[in-house]
Every structure is written in structure tokens, then in C-alpha cells.
Write a protein that binds this ligand. Structure first.
Ligand SMILES: [Zn+2]
Length: 117
């Protein structure tokens, strides 16, 4: 799902992408200058191997994310309070964003229930 950034207005543009057991749902909204706000939640379960015993298990994912996407190269003057992701082609690919968020979650340290107890 690709969205053209300059078509995003002050009216929130909803999106929802589902990948395996994960639902990525939220909206894009024009902020100012070339900044677009992205606010979304990631919910579902993710299969991952335990960082202690290496057994596969299902990790419950419930995360809220919020950041800006800049249409072009972002010049940071220190006034922006959130993380900024640059888009160099004027588009945002929601599926790709979800994939990188999933990779981030996967790369965190997680142990299965057996190892937690
Ligand atoms: Zn384990």
C-alpha cells in the first residue's frame, strides 16, 4: 500500500495493513512544512525464537507508534519533538514500514514463557 505524501491533508487518512498475524492500523495527517504525522498501532502475534532456549514461540505484540515522515531531506532545526523518517521519492509504503517495525520488534530481546518462569 503506497501513499503519495503530497496528497495527505489535515484530514486524517486511515490505513490498515495485515501481515500474517499482525495488524498495522492508523492514519497519516499533514503537520506542517513537509512533515506528515504517522500514528498507528501494531497488534497481533509474532512467531519468534526465544533468546534463551531458541524455541519458537508466539510473542504478543501491542505497540503504538508515532513519528513524522518528511517529504524529502529533513533539515533538523531541533523544533520537532518526534522521530523523523525521510522519504526521498515522495511516497510512503505502509507495508514496508510494517516490515521494518516487525524487524525491530524481532530484534529486541524476548524470552518464551518457560524461560520467564
Ligand atoms: Zn525460552
Amino acid at each position: 500500500m503506497r501513499i503519495v505524501l503530497r496528497k495527505v491533508t489535515k484530514t486524517p487518512l486511515d490505513f490498515e495493513v495485515i501481515s500474517d498475524e499482525i495488524t498495522f492500523k492508523g492514519f497519516l495527517e499533514y503537520h506542517n512544512a513537509k512533515l506528515i504525522l504517522l500514528k498507528a498501532s501494531i497488534n497481533g502475534t509474532l512467531q519468534k525464537s526465544c533468546d534463551i532456549c531458541a524455541q519458537d514461540f508466539y510473542l504478543e505484540v501491542n505497540e503504538n507508534i508515532e513519528f513524522f515522515i518528511n517529504d524529502g531531506i529533513f533539515e533538523d532545526d531541533g523544533s520537532v519533538e518526534l522521530d523523523v523518517v525521510e522519504s526521498l521519492d515522495g511516497n510512503v509504503d505502509i507495508q514496508e514500514l510494517l516490515n521494518s517495525e516487525i524487524e525491530l520488534i524481532r530484534s529486541d530481546y524476548h524470552s518464551c514463557d518457560n524461560c520467564k518462569n
